[in-house]
Design a protein around this ligand. Structure first.
Ligand code: CP
Length: 334
């Protein structure tokens, strides 16, 4: 895969070699993310960070990643704050905004919207989530985290067993992650959701056609030898009403007791976040916060490394980042 100047819109663009390339560059970003040193390799470059749907970690970590490479960030947040609310097309918006920056990261509530925007853009566009469709950078950071967590247990992605739980219909993170995992060998998927929120057929077909094993169930039952438990949120923003979302909220609550009953003591707990911590949902209980297998905040930290790697690759500076190194002059906790 040739990253330089390319849009990153879908995990379908990636093969194993491209994933490995991203992970190798991400590894090299650690000293900058930990503020042990800084680089100015993107000095003068501008990121257009366009978030037309709520976000905390994707938006801020894209901005942080660009800043850590020495670039500057211009943000637009909320559909109502842009001329899209006046009927301007995504194409026109892209033609205009791509004249103001060097690269764009974008989130939008409609599936396919980021690809439509990219058609009008004169600069690379990175998909930060388009409706219930895809979230490619989340999938890459999840897979990067999985590789690191399994490596610490002496294991690999090939041959692993992942249990995905919750709203698998609307959860774009599980769609993108499943597709990336299809590139590996002998994966076992246990897909646990209410049948109305089951994994889309297209993803199941991709799993089946890649020769992996899968089980679809509505219950978290018995003892699972899963390496990874990937919990998800009921994506209330994708339902026609709150009442409909309420039918499923709280159906799968992962807490210490549930984890101990159904998973191995080494099973890694992941969640793309945000976790819904309201009492009626409490899908990932605070009583797991001190469990060393809870990887959710390692995921968010890894998101900065992976997004730095994608910026470096897309802007063609991945091999010269260290040439622009500087020491930092403030105290850091490493
Ligand atoms: N995981 C994720 O996409 O989080 P945000 O919605 O906060 O960006």
């Amino acid at each position: 895969m040739n990253f330089t100047g390319s849009h990153i819109l879908s995990v379908n663009q990636f093969d194993r070699e491209a994933i490995e390339q991203v992970f190798q560059v991400a590894d090299r970003m650690l000293p900058y993310a930990k503020r042990q040193k800084r680089t100015t390799v993107l000095n003068g470059a501008i990121l257009g960070n366009l978030f037309f749907e709520p976000s905390t970690r994707t938006r801020v970590s894209f901005g942080t990643a660009f800043n850590l490479l020495g670039g500057e960030v211009r943000e637009t947040t909320g559909l109502s704050n842009s001329a899209l609310a006046k009927g301007e097309s995504l194409y026109d918006t892209a033609r205009v905004l791509s004249g103001y920056s060097d690269i764009i990261a974008m989130r939008h509530p409609d599936a396919g919207s980021v690809a439509e925007f990219a058609e009008g853009s004169r600069i690379p566009v990175i998909n930060g989530g388009d409706g219930a469709n895809e979230h490619p950078t989340q999938a890459l950071l999840d897979l990067y985290t999985i590789q690191k967590e399994l490596h610490a247990h002496g294991s690999t992605i090939d041959g692993m067993h992942i249990a995905m739980i919750g709203d698998l219909k609307h959860g774009r993170t599980v769609h993108s992650l499943s597709k990336l995992m299809c590139l590996f060998n002998n994966i076992r998927f246990t897909l646990i959701s209410p049948k109305e929120l089951a994994m889309p057929t297209a993803i199941i077909n991709a799993i089946e056609n890649s020769g992996h094993q899968y089980t679809i169930t509505e219950q978290l039952a018995g003892s699972l030898d899963a390496d990874i438990c990937y919990q998800t949120r009921i994506q209330e923003e994708r339902f026609s009403s709150q009442d409909e979302a309420n039918l499923y909220r709280g159906r799968f609550r992962l807490n210490h007791q549930v984890y101990t009953k159904h998973f191995q003591s080494k099973t890694v707990i992941m969640h793309p976040l945000p976790r819904d911590s309201r009492a009626e949902a409490n899908e990932l209980d605070n009583d797991l916060n001190l469990n060393p297998n809870l990887a959710i905040f390692r995921q968010t930290d890894n998101g900065v490394l992976v997004r730095m790697a994608l910026f470096a690759l897309t802007l063609g500076v991945e091999n010269i980042v260290s040439k622009f190194d500087q020491n930092v002059h403030w105290h850091v906790n490493s």
